[in-house]
Design a protein around this ligand. Sequence first.
Ligand SMILES: *[C@@H]1O[C@H](CO)[C@@H](O)[C@H](O)[C@H]1NC(C)=O
Ligand SMILES: *[C@@H]1O[C@H](CO)[C@@H](O)[C@H](O)[C@H]1NC(C)=O
Ligand SMILES: *[C@@H]1O[C@H](CO)[C@@H](O)[C@H](O)[C@H]1NC(C)=O
Length: 360
Amino acid sequence: MNSSRHFPIKAIQIFMLFLVLGFGFSIISMNTYRTFVKKCAIVEAPSTYQLSIESWIRTPSSLRHAMNDTELFWRASFYPRIKEYPFKRVPKIAFMFLAAGPLPLAPLWQKFFDGHEGLYSIYIHSSPSYVASFPPTSVFYNRHIPSQVVEWGEMSMCDAERRLLANALLDISNEWFVLVSESCIPLRNFTIVYLYISRSKYSFMGSFDEDGPNGRFRYNEKMKPEVTLPQWRKGAQWFEVDRALAVLIVEDIKYYPKFKNFCKPYCYVDEHYFPTMLTIKVPHLLANRTLTRADWSRGGPHPATYERSDITEEFFKKIFESETCLYNNQPSTVCFLFARKFAPSSLDPLLELSSKVFRF
Ligand SMILES: *[C@@H]1O[C@H](CO)[C@@H](O)[C@H](O)[C@H]1NC(C)=O
Ligand SMILES: *[C@@H]1O[C@H](CO)[C@@H](O)[C@H](O)[C@H]1NC(C)=O
Ligand SMILES: *[C@@H]1O[C@H](CO)[C@@H](O)[C@H](O)[C@H]1NC(C)=O
């Protein structure tokens, strides 16, 4: 009786001991397992990570990246096939400055941009050896894209333009893309420029069929069948295109080798590649004229360059009065939004006249 009465107590004690040990083990192993799982999970997906469109729609905080052109163009060629955006999107104009080095007219552009934050973005392609020194307060601060050497009239010029487009395409809010140079100036204030571009049914790519040595004579039969003589076009380098056309330019692999191999000086490829390709692909989307005024009246291979002494109120009055063109198929007296070429010495008089003449 006595021993049998003691037995269950001992058994219960042993049982309790096992229970405590077992419980302890399970806690330890669970913890070990958890940290193990966590370690593995970091490689696959952090525990707080969820797919979101934020990474797609956010404006990149820096223009620096480690992609080469092949990778960059591939990445930039993505586009949404659903036309309506499922978030509030304020479309911006990307101003792409193709420059050798400094931007001597930067103070004028700064004045033009001031007060319109959120409606524009800026990209600069310059010689890779050039070190910019814009202060943090400048709209041009940290706006250089990874650049490469450009030779005038060569395919490397078109490469630089495509590089600018591709970098600007990475920001989904950029809707229109304007190519300008360091010697270009704005002729109208930002409000007018934004309305003019955003309300246009067409992209402003100069594109015309010119006979003679500077036009059809530059065509090379070896471009057939991709490009035929009647399709051959010429146009000024300085363009404005919308997002769809920018993607067409960046994604092209069909026409690119034809122009690279068979349009070499004295065929100036930057005057033919984009106008011809876009006229073949999307003729109905082109205004066939440029927004950038140039003065060829002085003759020679380059347009006139204006110096300090050229810049007067009358000078611009004459320019504005002489304008007539079609805008959305209607006659218009506002034809150019930008002009070239302006020497660094023209900056001071331009700044002085800008509020009166350009209204900014
Ligand atoms: C870019 O890098 C990829 C992968 O290394 C390579 O296949 C491609 O040829 C490179 N493109 C250029 C233009 O260097
Ligand atoms: C911009 O220019 C237009 C016409 O030139 C003018 O009516 C308008 O007041 C100007 N806007 C500003 C903010 O100065
Ligand atoms: C531009 O030219 C193309 C042919 O080269 C033509 O189809 C198109 O209608 C022109 N655009 C405008 C706005 O007239």
